[in-house]
Design a binder for this molecule. Structure first.
Ligand code: AMP
Ligand code: ZN
Length: 319
């Protein structure tokens, strides 16, 4: 909410953005500086990227990842943008259009992969065959494919547009459900694993350069910069549990500005440092990617979907 006559806390010119969590009012020009500095500080503090480093950025077409792309490019990183088209009709088309418009704006290349083409079946079918939630299956396949793409592109680090609201919401969920393992691994930059000797797929380093920014800060930045973001949320994501925790935190944030920051940064401060790097396990028999089982989670999902399709085809043939 803004008031007429409000002045920018930095330059005293008329301000159009107000952020109670920082007791800050900003004009468009100072919002740009503020937002980009927050990313710069996060990248430095958690040692996400070396100056000028090549980084694969996962671009969904939403405001967060478009802001991520623009800011990392402006900060001088060599960004390889990748978009995974999920095959959800109009929603996916609009997401892809947004990514393409952004690529044009930045005059930068964009790598696009179809999830359905790669998986050989629609996400809905795979979820049904595995009796798993749609969102969980989509997330797991997306992460798997993004990880592969990082190595296909010859890079080793993946940046995503996760921000403070995502991380604080996830933290609240992990605390409430006592997920000790997830709590141990929650950190803005996670080390990966090199591919096996001779090449192949390793585990990408994962970095979240937007963690110092909340959703409303990124929304304001995206709007004032005129980023061509696709603003609709995924039509299949209704009822995802993470949003319940985020909504609860948002309510507290309204009454006690700064709650999200206090929760998340307080949690990080209490930790001794980043979690230890992952220990090498085996390689998936199917895809050659790192896993602790014989076959990795994503390949298991795909295998069950294939088995179900084959059974159905068999039954159809017998009838
Ligand atoms: P979400 O889980 O949808 O909030 O997305 C979190 C982050 O994951 C986004 O900011 C992107 O960096 C990445 N991401 C989500 N969906 C896609 C997609 N379809 N293609 C590429 N990256 C994605
Ligand atoms: Zn696999």
């Amino acid at each position: 909410m803004t008031n007429p006559g409000m002045k920018c806390s930095r330059c005293r010119r008329p301000a159009s953005h107000r952020f109670p969590q920082h007791n800050l009012r900003l004009c468009d020009a100072c919002l740009e500086i503020f937002t980009e500095r927050q990313v710069e500080r996060a990248v430095k503090k958690w040692r996400m990227l070396a100056p000028g480093q090549e980084v694969v950025a996962a671009i969904s077409g939403g405001k967060d990842s478009l802001a991520l792309w623009q800011i990392l490019a402006r900060l001088g990183y060599r960004v390889r943008a990748v978009h995974i088209s999920l095959g959800f009709g109009e929603f996916s088309q609009a997401s892809l259009d947004a990514c393409r418009a952004m690529a044009q704006r930045l005059d930068a290349p964009l790598e696009v992969r179809g999830l359905e083409d790669w998986a050989g079946a629609a996400v809905g079918e795979i979820a049904l065959a595995n009796r798993r939630e749609h969102c969980a299956v989509c997330g797991s396949l997306k992460r798997h494919l993004l990880n592969r793409l990082v190595f296909e592109l010859g890079a080793d680090t993946l940046a995503t547009g996760h921000h403070l609201d995502d991380e604080a919401g996830r933290l609240l969920g992990n605390l409430m459900r006592r997920h000790a393992g997830y709590l141990e691994r929650q950190w803005p930059a996670l080390e990966g694993m090199a591919p096996p000797a001779g090449g192949g797929v390793g585990l990408a380093r994962k970095v979240k350069p937007l963690v110092r920014l909340s959703g409303d800060e990124i929304r304001a930045y995206a709007q004032s910069q005129g980023l061509p973001a696709h603003l609709a949320s995924c039509p299949r994501s209704k009822g995802a549990t993470l949003t319940n925790y985020q909504d609860a935190l948002e309510l507290m944030e309204q009454r006690m500005p700064g709650t999200k920051r206090d929760l998340y940064f307080g949690f990080l401060r209490q930790k001794a440092g980043p979690p230890p790097p992952p220990e090498p396990g085996g390689l998936c028999r199917q895809c050659g990617g790192p896993t602790r089982q014989e076959t990795c989670g994503a390949c298991l999902l795909l295998r069950r979907a294939r088995e179900t399709a084959a059974r159905r085809a068999g039954q159809g043939g017998a009838a």
